[in-house]
Design a protein around this ligand. Structure first.
Ligand SMILES: *Cc1c(COP(=O)(O)O)cnc(C)c1O
Length: 356
């Protein structure tokens, strides 16, 4: 080994879902929104003045912070924004998980958590989900260095009851509890109101799913002003200008158009519930997803096989070759038409497999 290599911070990176270059594809693999962002976003982009890019953006991203705070009935001091919730979560791990004790997150969950823990040398433990793939709240009552999990969880889509979340937060007031609400807008209950009661709670959300802006990279965290101040101190010690001018202006428009946002979320929920029924009719076992995806398994057709058959037909879904979930497919909810093509293909494939 070359000598300097001994001193390199070596990490095994997170593997994001594929972004295939396939014109004919139906893309149901990375939980993007099938609908465009709010119309005001396009208006802002068309009106962008390239000359303004000579100047640095507002380091506080004040306009975006204020708009988010207003929309959620919070004070500006309770909101932090970053370059997607991945940036917000990574900054939060760095800022809050420094006790040297293991942090806790489920064995089956968003697969970026262990990557950040490894990157920042944070010890961690992964309590197993129960046999119904639910988070067991009691696993989070033992001494720990902090807690993070998504609600609804990924890739199961299962929601944890607000009272159970509150119990976890209440019993862990010596550490920071982060609830990653990437999918909360598709029918689950947000823990944001609890930040008024618990100063150890950080709630993280993203514009990537429910606001159709994965390509713009905007995420935010809501919490007690002291938490937000610590997060900003870390951010200003790393990169003062995380949010660019375009993202700030476009993000503001997306939040202002509440009607469009609610409409889009409602359409996705309707399509999800319809797709659940169709898949159940085809014999699939499903979890009761409250997210913009379905996690499904078929008793006679292996998930890996169906994944490949779909792929060959230019329909991309996500498959995790991981213990306990390696017979499941995660299917993002697309438009009704896209989901119809998906269902029709699966129906034809399954009947072709079982003669008679
Ligand atoms: C998509 C997702 C994120 C990251 O979203 P970005 O805002 O695009 O970085 C974080 N957590 C979970 C559970 C997600 O599914």
């Amino acid at each position: 080994m070359i000598k300097w290599e001994a001193n390199v911070r070596k990490v095994v990176p997170y593997t994001p879902g594929e972004q295939p270059n396939d014109e004919k594809m139906i893309k149901l693999n990375t939980n993007e929104n099938p609908y465009p962002p709010a119309p005001g976003v396009e208006r802002v982009l068309r009106g962008m003045d390239a000359d303004a890019l000579r100047l640095y953006p507002d380091p506080t991203a004040g306009e975006l912070v204020r708009t988010i705070a207003e929309a959620y009935g919070l004070k500006e001091e309770q909101v932090f924004v970053g370059v997607g919730s991945d940036d917000v979560l990574a900054m939060s791990f760095l800022t809050f998980f420094n006790s040297g004790k293991p942090i806790l997150f489920p064995d089956i969950t968003y697969s970026f958590y262990d990557v950040w823990a490894e990157l920042f040398r944070i010890p961690y433990k992964r309590p197993a989900l129960d046999e119904h793939f639910c988070i067991r709240k009691e696993d989070y009552f033992a001494e720990n260095g902090g807690i993070v999990f998504p609600n609804p969880n990924a890739p199961t889509g299962l929601e944890m009851a607000q009272s159970d979340i509150e119990e976890i937060v209440r019993r862990n007031q010596d550490v920071i509890v982060m609830i990653d609400e990437a999918y909360v807008d598709f029918g689950a209950q947000s823990a944001i109101p609890l930040i008024e009661k618990y100063d150890n709670l950080l709630v993280v959300q993203t514009f990537s799913k429910s606001r159709s802006m994965a390509g713009m990279r905007i995420g935010f965290a809501c919490g007690n002003p002291a938490l937000i101040k610590y997060l900003n101190d870390a951010k200003y010690s790393f990169n003062s200008y995380t949010m660019n001018r375009t993202a700030i202006s476009a993000g503001v428009e997306a939040v202002r158009d509440r009607e469009y946002f609610e409409d889009t979320c409602r359409k996705i929920v309707e399509t999800r519930e319809w797709a659940k029924q169709e898949l159940e009719t085809l014999g699939f076992t499903l979890m009761d997803s409250k997210a913009n995806f379905i996690f499904a398994s078929h008793p006679s057709c292996p998930a890996a096989e169906l994944y490949q058959a779909l792929r060959d037909a230019h329909i991309y879904v996500r498959y995790f070759p991981k213990e306990r979930i390696d017979n499941y497919l995660r299917v993002t909810i697309g438009t009704k038409q896209e989901m119809q093509v998906f269902i029709d293909f699966v129906k034809a494939y399954l009947s072709g497999r079982q003669p008679g």
